[in-house]
Design a binder for this molecule. Structure first.
Ligand code: PDD
Length: 276
């Protein structure tokens, strides 16, 4: 596929960066994942806002404006002839020799983006099994950082046990997944952890909260415990690439009746109807 790299478009075999890039040496960078339906980015402004937040939090000056990102996206969509796609974009602090923890003030960011083909989910949703694991990551999970070793270790641990994804907790409070947010439904109320620094504020999460309000579903952004998770009527995960996926089982425990529940189903229907 075609790669946008520091102002150029190059075939992926020719897209090269320095071994002294701070992304490679320190995982010193941030990223975004934007879903595109029918050639239109979904919640583009929200993704651009979160990108600005991540850059601000790590002290990288935004190398491109939202309009520039939009033209890069248009160029990639045209060249790749894709209707549905996932835009991956990444900005690292840049490259300099020799390796030094302190970056020099005039370092130039490395900017990269490309499209992955995407098939928007259709048909009956299949409930998945997740595994409850302790959240061993750092305390700035609100930054969409490329430093994902904690997430990767937890993902590996959950998939080794045959689960699709971990569901993480800190001292018994649910946070999120390795690459998704979680919701539960109890007595008709939709509950999801608050968007504090322990989770990434998912754009899909935000959209689901709006869809729930539109459907007159009661919503609470509040911490919930592992006990409340096991006692939930329904549970589902959200992410840009997976939209909404029902959770039928946590470890060996069945959630609700193990099927896709009515609130989850309503939200999936409304989500699909809201896609561009
Ligand atoms: N991950 N939490 C984490 C830790 C994530 O990595 C993601 C997304 C989310 C959901 O955010 P959103 O709804 O905006 O996709 C929550 C992306 C998809 C990824 O890393 O590929």
């Amino acid at each position: 596929s075609l790669i946008y790299l520091n102002g150029d478009y190059v075939p992926h075999e020719q897209a090269k960066i320095s071994v002294f890039d701070r992304g490679f040496l320190f995982a010193d960078g941030i990223y975004e994942v934007v879903p595109i339906y029918n050639r239109q980015p979904f919640m583009f402004d929200g993704h651009m806002q979160r990108l600005q937040n991540s850059l601000h939090e790590v002290g990288i000056t935004p190398p491109l404006s939202s309009n520039e990102w939009r033209s890069i996206l248009t160029h990639l969509l045209t060249e790749e002839a894709l209707d549905h796609a996932i835009l991956y974009l990444q900005i690292t602090r840049g490259s300099e020799f020799p390796r030094n923890h302190s970056p020099s003030p005039d370092i130039q960011p490395t900017v990269m983006a490309y499209l992955v083909p995407f098939t928007p989910p259709v048909g009956e949703p299949t409930p998945v099994r997740v595994e409850l694991l302790e959240d061993i990551r750092w305390l700035r999970c609100d930054i969409k950082s490329i430093s994902l070793l904690g997430n990767i270790l937890l993902k590996l641990q959950s998939t080794a046990g045959g689960a699709q994804e971990p569901i993480l907790h800190r001292a018994g409070r649910i946070t999120e997944g390795a690459s998704c947010n979680y919701f539960i439904v109890k007595d008709g109320v939709l509950i999801t952890p608050p968007a504090d620094s322990l989770i990434l504020a998912g754009l899909t999460r935000q959209h689901v909260l709006k869809l729930a309000a539109d459907a007159h579903i009661k919503v609470r952004e509040a911490a919930f415990s592992t006990a409340e998770l096991y006692a939930a009527d329904e549970c589902f995960m959200t992410s840009a690439t997976r939209e909404i996926i029902p959770v039928g089982q946590v470890g060996q425990e069945v959630i609700g009746n193990g099927q896709c529940g009515p609130v989850t189903r309503t939200l999936i229907e409304r989500f699909r109807a809201s896609r561009p």
